[in-house]
Design a protein around this ligand. Sequence first.
Ligand code: MTE
Ligand code: HPA
Ligand code: MOS
Length: 772
Amino acid sequence: MKDNVSIIGSAHTNVNHDSAVKHVTGQADYTDDIALPQGALHAYLGVSDVAHAKLLGIDFSDVLAMPGVVGVLTADDVPGANDISPTHLNDEPVFPTDAIQFHGQPLFAVIAETRDIARRAAERAKIEYETLPHALDPITAQKAGYPHVTAPLKLERGDVAPAQAAAPNRIKGRMSVGGQDHMYLEGHIAFAIPGEDDDVVVHCSTQHPSEAQHMVAHVLGVPSNAVVVNVRRMGGGFGGKESQMNLFCAVAAMAAKKWNRAVKIRPDRDQDMTATGKRHDFVIDYDVAFDDEGRIQAVEGSFAARCGFSADLSGPVTDRALFHADNAYFYPNVRLNSRPMKTNTVSNTAFRGFGGPQGVIAAERMIEEIAYATGQDPLDVRKANFYGTTDRNVTPYHQEVEDCILDRLVGELEETSEYRQRRQDIIAFNKTSPVLKKGIALTPVKFGISFTATWYNQAGALVHVYNDGSIHLNHGGTEMGQGLNTKVAQVVAEAFQVDFNRIKITKTTTEKVPNTSATAASSGTDLNGMAALNAVEQIKERLVKFASETWNVSPEEVVFHANQVHIGQDVLAFDAFIKQAYLARVQLSAAGFYKTPKIHWDRAKGQGRPFYYFAYGASCSEVAIDTLTGEYRVDRTDLLHDVGRSLNPMLDKGQVEGAFIQGMGWLTTEELWWDDAGRLRTHAPSTYKIPLASDRPRIFNVNLTDWSENRELTIKRSKAVGEPPFMLGISVFEALSMAVASVTDYRECPRLDAPATPERVLMAVARLQAGS
Ligand code: MTE
Ligand code: HPA
Ligand code: MOS
């Protein structure tokens, strides 16, 4: 692997991920690698074995009798507020006092000399409870009269009823879309070190250090300035560590203060999967009216989500599902409702796409319905309904789409993937192949960039130039493998015109940049890149002033270039120049700040401009299914994705590839399954199947649109990449659907539910064959 030493001014180049070598050689430090101080203790969670009950009491005598156990931590030990709800709805206790709300809910923690002792002892508690009836899924919950966990959203535009009445065609249907476990390589972990007075330092694996800090302070009943949260890197987050680390941080910090010893908590994979939230599964009811050419006239949709026992981020997640229920298509008349249902399951949370994928797949299902009903190639129906840029370009939330590049992007992919020819070949193949059937689909993605909670769209950075010319970079974003630190360092290196390796990337800490947002909504680089650039510009401004005054030249004659500073006729090495600036008492440190312009959102009205811009992509997949077993394979996938002017094409391609595979996993093999008692039975890699290397497309062509640039003034005209390509996985799902449809000569929309496991594919084949 090449090193990055001599890459100067490195924006728009393939700089390696700063930790790439450390990742593959095992030298990258994660929270669990931090050496424990003397006397460190370990915590483990004790959990419920019932889905819904009145909690009467817990008998800890057998727990406390176990040698090595130091004590237990219960709701009674919470010094401050017993609440870790990220939206401050006060619906999520650290430990419950009177109600058990899901199977596997953490009820207490055991603190012991070793993790093994804590884990074994936690099993020995006798939990007394009175069982109550439970509802596990959103439909059962609706029937049982369960409440919404948070206020639902309604988006409306146009006049739906008359449009439905006037349209020549109308189809109603229901689609179930499964959830997803994050399956990050590194699970949840927090490690707290008590300090003097109120102080505590927590090292953990969170996407949201400021929230963990504020939450620990809230639970301890101390001000936020007593708590420091540090994150060097995560071994994957994918949204699962946006809010879910709050519990672990609170438990470790409470125990650390109670016993005045360092305390680490690290659940095993089963507990990580059962006790922390996942992607929301949805039941979507749609009603689409369209003309004989397949142009959509009106859409009505209801999006019921399994939110779990508390709100967590379910409000913004179900909002984002509605924001993406149009995907790339203009709905002249539309009404969409979210139903964020409370259920007796773990509280679901952020996961790459943040509800967006569940909205997009509903749009794609409606397209499929129209295509089968009108006998068209689904791609033609898609194209007929794409947003325009000057007309037919208003979204259900009344934002105008100004930057739609799908005509060109999809057109290019259609050519390079040879979609039309291959579709003809596949239809011919299916006519003569009795058992193996093939399918192909080309699906687009449009994804809105910005947090829909407008105030989240801010970031800070702290840049120091030391007097030897080395540079220290800190910002509020967190590194979870996506390459954020690399991209922000590229921006800084380019602005100073110095080698990439002169920039020291440092851990994220609440001590350096306060009140940060989660590294989420794909906006890590957009926000933190701009904040870091702002800090560099402040320092450069002082340096230019110093140079022009001292050398007596105009500011325009001070130019940073290739590790040097040109001042009139003089040329100084960057280090030598910095040393002079230091001796002249120039401030060589700055805090930068950025907030996204143009955005606003009125949730009560359902109107505004929640997104700064949109990212686009398209994907073409070909699959083959075995109609006797339901098994399938992806033969070829071609991806074309828009990242504006890429800051780092290599990292961006990595994001596109990984996101596609993760999206494919969500829609194919990854199935969450609860038994009737509410126990999650797919709680380990043995029963929960993520894509393997052998599941990847046999031919896999991944490309970025090299002609695209962001029309908005984002960092170097790039676009966010973290989440949008997740939805490229939908082409696999739609291709499977076509292969299934072939058994009745494409007369009927197969209405596959997700995930399309081999069982579901087989059942869909049987269902179509039985009907014909
Ligand atoms: N890539 C890796 N390798 N690991 C991750 O955990 N998370 C995804 C995406 N890509 C993730 C990832 C999610 S959910 C988001 S929101 C973005 O990265 C967050 O980082 P960014 O805003 O810097 O793109
Ligand atoms: N995306 C991701 N995370 C979030 C969002 C969002 O829109 N809003 C709050 N947390
Ligand atoms: Mo990503 S789901 O916004 O962390």
